[in-house]
Design a protein around this ligand. Structure first.
Ligand SMILES: Cc1cc2nc3c(=O)[nH]c(=O)nc-3n(C[C@H](O)[C@H](O)[C@H](O)COP(=O)(O)O)c2cc1C
Length: 564
């Protein structure tokens, strides 16, 4: 019988000293340039001496243009190599193996920190309010992302990490490719389960070709999406079977997505046996054993008590127990369990404890889900600041901080909730938005009132995505016969651009006539060249472009096609 304290030899030859793994927890502690700094070093030195057999980092992005959360570390090239080396060295001081989780958010890119339109297997938006619709990736772009995963893994190895874990779960790009809801392509990347699995297999192969055989390559995979018509357990088992034929060192089982966050145990009704065994995905893991062959299995989600962990490993249902939220509150969680300093890890269901008739409302449930994640992120930030975690922190404090920093939008999705107010990009956006709101827009309106109306400064009418009300904003427009071009200075961040993504039907005033049309964000358009066409006279083209450039944060061209 296997004990929690037994070592585990992985296919690559690495030996984990015990069966407790610190699961990936996105820290939100990268600098605005995407580099790790001393806050991450402090946090990981705590985990490094916490008794874990393996430490997996929070998700690190493979592309600076596509971020999952504010404060992500981004490793797309070697610009931060020295910082990444320092991070790895500090984390490994205690002798524990360290793997980097690597990720591309795809359509789950965070609109507040991602400067270009999100990309996805197909142009199908998330079922979450306020998240811009993605565009479909081209074949060449998909190959490029596969190469990015491999490049990030190579840099992780150079920096001293012992392995990488591909984030193939929770609705990010890899799982978008696997999901029939998100991937409706009909080429070599989609169309049937085999082709939908091509992306993840290519990513694994590309990484393997780039790193030494002794470097671990692992994946976190969903058992299912928990959405009707989504990725099922049967499909997931088939993906595991195909992955097992590659040179993988560990498959971690999780589940859900930010649309249906089963990974933290929220929307899923649990059977009595699951409640007894704590871990939500253990039954599935057991059923995957046969197809996983010799690849070790980890299960994360719900483990809190020593007996449940011992039982899962002793009975062979899984080889490794992943600990997520408990590691945020108890950085020594593994040591405490292994040395029997505690029989049960700190587990707090983060809730505002509202009356039942309010608490069951979908918006309140979403709020509590966001709060759970943010409360645990707050603990990571305490550790990063050199303090101790605060298990007694009231969720109301987290809720108040979220409201103060981000208004009610903080609760719309987990990933909009950790925006750092000191982030220079955020500051710049806020200043420019204030300039537009309080200086430029009123000036254009005042000019309009005294009859100064040009196509260069006109009005655009969208439908507010939150309010459902008509919203009129002053914009510069370049008209032609079939429609008009507008530039969204703040790309997908601007309110009216987000409105268009949610409802493309718009009206735009051409002289004294209101025209009806369909608007679409065109991130592939050359926005600098486009801005030159806005000059009322070609002589001013350079000046107009320079003005747009001076103002811009991450501008995107918007095309309105007349439908009247
Ligand atoms: C604050 C927070 C951040 C997380 N970030 C990640 C992440 O970057 N990558 C990932 O695969 N899972 C992430 N997760 C999910 C956890 O790894 C884990 O699957 C989930 O919390 C369930 O395990 P638990 O019950 O032990 O917490 C995150 C969870 C929390 C609470």
């Amino acid at each position: 019988m296997t004990a929690l304290s037994d070592p585990l030899t992985l296919p690559c030859g690495q030996v984990l000293p015990n069966r407790l793994m610190k699961a990936a927890l996105s820290e939100g502690l990268g600098t605005s340039a995407g580099a790790p700094d001393e806050r991450l070093e402090r946090l990981y030195s705590r985990w490094g001496s916490g008794g874990f057999g393996l430490i997996i980092t929070g998700n690190v992005m493979v592309d600076h243009d596509h971020l999952g959360e504010p404060g992500n570390v981004v490793i797309a090239d070697e610009r931060h190599l020295d910082d990444v080396r320092r991070w790895a060295r500090t984390a490994k001081d205690g002798g524990t193996d360290l793997w980097m989780q690597i990720n591309h958010p795809g359509r789950q890119a965070n609109p507040l920190v991602t400067r270009s339109q999100p990309v996805a297997p197909s142009a199908i938006g998330l079922g979450l309010p306020g998240v811009p619709a993605p565009r479909a990736l081209t074949d060449g772009e998909i190959v490029d992302i596969v190469d990015r995963f491999a490049a990030t893994a190579r840099i992780a190895e150079r920096a001293g990490f012992d392995g990488v874990q591909i984030h193939g779960a929770h609705g990010y790009l890899v799982s978008q490719f696997l999901s029939p809801l998100a991937n409706q392509r009909d080429d070599r990347w989609g169309g049937d389960p085999q082709r939908r699995a091509r992306f993840v297999l290519e990513v694994v192969r590309a990484i393997r070709a780039e790193v030494a055989p002794s470097f671990a390559v692992a994946i976190k995979l969903n058992s299912a999406d928990f959405q009707r018509g989504g990725f099922t357990e049967d499909e997931s088992r088939e993906v595991v079977r195909r992955l097992a034929a590659e040179k993988l060192d560990l498959i971690e089982i999780s589940g859900g997505s930010y649309e249906s966050p089963a990974m933290t145990g929220r929307p899923v009704a649990r059977s009595a046996s699951t409640v007894a065994r704590e871990a939500y995905f253990l039954e599935y893991a057991e059923s995957v054993r046969a197809v996983a062959g010799s690849v070790p299995l980890a299960v994360t989600g719900g483990f809190r008590s020593r007996p449940a962990m011992v039982d899962a490993v002793e009975s062979g249902q899984c080889d490794v127990v992943g600990l997520g939220r408990p590691s945020a509150v108890s950085p020594n969680a593994a040591g405490d369990i292994l040395h029997e300093r505690t029989a049960r890890l700190h587990a707090r269901q983060i809730s505002l404890r509202l009356p039942a008739r309010v608490a069951t409302h979908p918006n309140i449930k979403m709020l509590e889900g966001a709060l759970d994640l943010q409360w645990h992120t707050d603990q990571l930030h305490l550790l990063g600041a050199g303090a101790d975690p605060d298990p007694d922190r009231t969720p109301w404090l987290t809720a108040a901080a979220m409201l103060r920093h981000h208004g009610v939008d903080a609760f719309r999705s987990r990933r909009s909730s950790t925006m750092n107010r000191k982030d220079p990009a955020r500051r710049k956006f806020e200043i420019e938005r204030a300039f537009g709101r309080y200086v430029a827009n009123p000036a254009v309106r005042a000019l309009g009132r005294i009859g100064v109306r040009t196509s260069f400064a006109t009005d655009l009418e969208t439908i507010g995505r939150k309010s459902g009300q008509i919203r009129v904003v002053p914009v510069s427009v370049s008209f032609d016969d079939s429609g008009a071009w507008v530039i969204s200075q703040h790309g997908t961040r601007s309110g009216w651009a987000a409105n268009i993504v949610a409802e493309p039907k718009v009206r735009v005033r051409q002289g004294n006539r209101w025209r009806t049309g369909t608007a679409q964000l065109r991130p592939a358009d050359d926005v600098v060249a486009r801005s030159r066409t806005f000059a009322p006279n070609p002589v001013f083209a350079g000046l107009t472009a320079a003005t747009f450039r001076a103002l811009q944060s991450a501008p995107v061209s918007v095309r309105i096609t007349f439908t009247d």
